[in-house]
Structures are given as C-alpha cells and as structure tokens.
Ligand binder design. Structure first.
Ligand SMILES: *Cc1c(COP(=O)(O)O)cnc(C)c1O
Length: 377
C-alpha cells in the first residue's frame, strides 16, 4: 500500500484492529438482533469475566465509558465534601473530572521528571488529613511503582484507585494493572489499546462488597435483583451488548497487539536521539503497553509542523496540566513545575498495531532531523 519512504503516516490508524474482528462482530451482531437482548445479557457477563481474568481480579463491571468507571469507584467509596483525592496534574482531564463529579476535591501532585508518573515521595508530600484516596494514573500505558505507592496509602489508611484507562494488559513485576488498588477504571474508547466501536469502560476489583455497590450504581442503584428496588443513588452507565461483543473479540488479540506496540517502542528507542528527543522513561519493574509513544523535545510545535510537512501525524498528551484548566484551577495549591514543563515538551508519535517497524524508524529519523535542524538554525 505505502510507497516506501514517501507516504504519509497518520498519528492513529484503526484499520487493522477493526478489520481483525469485522467478520466475527458482524456474525455475533446478527445473533443479538435475533435475540433482541441489546443491553446486558450473556455477552456482557462473558466479557466481564474474561476481562477480570486479564486483570487478575475477581470482578469486572462493564460501564458506559472510562470516566463513569472512575466516577463510580469514587462514589462507591463514599467520599464527602471536603474529602481530597490526590491526582497527578499531567493526566487526561477525565481523572480530575471524575473526582469533582464524585463530590471530592482534587489534590494535585507533581510527577517524576523522567517517567512523568507519580512517585511514593510525591504522593506522601501531597497527602493531608483530608485525603481519602489517590488516583494513580498508568500514563501512556506504563506503570509507576504501584507496590511502593500502595505501601504509602496503606500506611495512611487511604484508598488507592488505579486509572488504568491507557494500560490494558500492562504489568508491574508480572502483576497486571488493575490488581493493585481497591479498584481500577479502564476505558474502551476506540483509540485505547482495547477499544470498542463506540464508548465503553469497566471497573475491576477484588472487593466483593465494592463490586456489588458499583454493579447496582451503574444500573440506577438497583439492588437485590429488583427492577424497582432503587436502594442506592445510581446512574445509567451500563455496557451495551454490542460493545461487549466487540471487546470480547478484540480481547483475544490484545496480547499480540500489545507485543507489537512493544516492538515498535523498541524500534523508536533504538533510533531516537536520547539527547534531542528522549522517550519518556519506563521504570524497570514496568512492562508497559505503550498506549502512546511520547518524546520530549524543545520547540515542540515547530517539530510538529516539520513532521506534518512530511505527512507525519502527531499528538500532544497533554498540553495543559489539569490544574491550569478553568474548572480545576481553584484546587491548585502549589507550583507543579514538572507537569508544566511536560505540557510544553511532550510530543506523541504514531503508535498502533498496524504501524510498520520501518515506518516507526522513518518517523524517528525525521524527529532527530527536525530537532537538529532547529538547533542549528
Ligand atoms: C481515556 C481516558 C479516560 C476516560 O475514558 P473515557 O472512556 O474516554 O471516558 C480516563 N483517564 C485516562 C488516563 C484516559 O486516557
């Protein structure tokens, strides 16, 4: 398809991961139309059980999206007004949004300059007597030192919640993302490592009581199996049957897709100049799944334009740390220099299972070249 060396390379291309399941999904979808079970049903329960296995938890609860999954976890923890949840400032806005929607206050933390992830020391610093939980983000699909973070939360008697929206299948010392906290939230937005054909998400947990509450709360607070027993303040955040079918079909391919991402990440690392465009570091215990391949460059916007001129698509995750966004600025309590600098420097390069190794190498060479050119000019 591509003329070697000259064709454009999009930032994200979902062709391969869509075509891989097209026939299977269309076949299963016909079965759903025959059964008319459009919400819930066997397909959802089947996917939930398989996804819980991936995460080494006893339960998974499908939701309408990843933001709701986080929101439901925090609501189920019964946070009250004035209760604080520590959160790294350099995350996707949804992590912070969910904290505020759950009625709590975000307490912004800065991050490690190499991995851009939360550290035990930075967490410890951010904790106050009002802190009830921390939302640990496995940003870009890499894992922070979760056992060490958990030691801090256990010592303070606060809940560790994982935002694993970018980390399906990632592990720390062989143990899967989602299994370290009281509960974890996943997103199946189409561009995520495991993506639906629309919006979808899930909570995973091995706490049966918490799971029961979240299961009820995602379905209008229905308890005890009664259609009209609304025993909890709930919401409607169920997982559609059709999305469960898509996710189930894709789940089988996830290990292969994640190893493809790892191979691409190695190719990028081998070629990108560590002085000019360092790749965001992965900690030794982490076997990440490279949801995004992020480098740091000076004059990021100029480098982006230079790549665009060669037909290379890029992204920025994320230009504005959450404590600088209008709805959340009031919660900022201290300068967060690492998060702010990251916002100016981060650049996300093409990364998806259908990307060729030679294409990644071409992108890496062009990044080196455009950074050097800028330095000389
Ligand atoms: C995608 C994402 C979410 C939100 O998921 P949605 O399904 O889009 O609601 C939350 N946190 C992070 C880190 C994400 O990347």
């Amino acid at each position: 398809m591509s003329q070697a060396g000259s064709a454009g390379i999009p930032f994200l291309d979902l062709t391969d991961v869509t075509e891989a399941v097209r026939e299977e999904v269309l076949r299963e979808w016909a079965g759903v139309l025959d059964s008319r079970a459009f919400v819930g049903g066997g397909a959802v329960a089947r996917f939930e059980s398989r996804f819980a296995d991936l995460c080494a938890t006893t339960e998974a609860i499908g939701t309408a999206n990843g933001t709701d999954a986080l929101h439901l976890i925090l609501r189920a923890l019964d946070l009250g007004p004035g209760d604080e949840v520590v959160v790294p400032a350099n995350t996707f806005v949804a992590t912070v949004e969910a904290i505020v929607l759950a009625g709590a206050r975000p307490r912004f933390a800065d991050v490690d300059p190499d991995s851009l992830l939360l550290t035990p020391a930075l967490l410890e610093e951010a904790i106050t007597p009002r802190t009830r939980a921390v939302a640990v983000v496995h940003l870009y699909g890499q894992m922070p030192d979760v056992p060490a973070l958990r030691a801090v939360t256990d010592r303070h008697g606060i809940a560790l919640v994982e935002d694993a929206a970018q980390a399906h299948g990632a592990t720390w010392a062989g143990r899967p993302a989602g299994s370290f906290g009281v509960a974890a939230a996943f997103s199946f937005y189409p561009g995520k490592n495991l993506g639906a054909f629309g919006d979808a998400g899930a909570v995973v947990t091995s706490d049966a009581r918490l799971a029961g509450r979240i299961r009820a709360m995602r379905d209008h607070g229905r308890v005890d199996g009664g259609h009209h027993e609304h025993g909890l303040l709930g919401m409607n955040s169920r997982l559609d049957t059709v999305q469960a079918l898509v996710l189930d079909a894709k789940l089988r391919r996830l290990p292969e897709w994640n190893s493809r991402r790892r191979a691409l990440a190695s190719a990028y690392r081998a070629l990108l100049d560590p002085e000019l465009a360092p790749v965001v570091a992965e900690l030794p215990g982490s076997q990440g799944v490279h949801h995004l391949l992020v480098v740091r460059v000076r004059e990021r916007d100029r480098v982006r334009s230079a790549l665009a001129a060669h037909g290379i698509g890029t992204g920025v995750h994320y230009p504005t740390p959450c404590h600088r966004m209008a709805p959340y600025a009031g919660y900022a309590h201290a300068p967060l220099p690492v998060a702010e600098r990251a916002g100016r420097e981060v650049l996300s390069l093409p990364m998806y299972p259908g990307l060729g190794i030679a294409e990644a190498e071409r992108v890496a060479a062009l990044v080196n070249e455009s950074v050097t050119r800028g330095a000389v000019a």
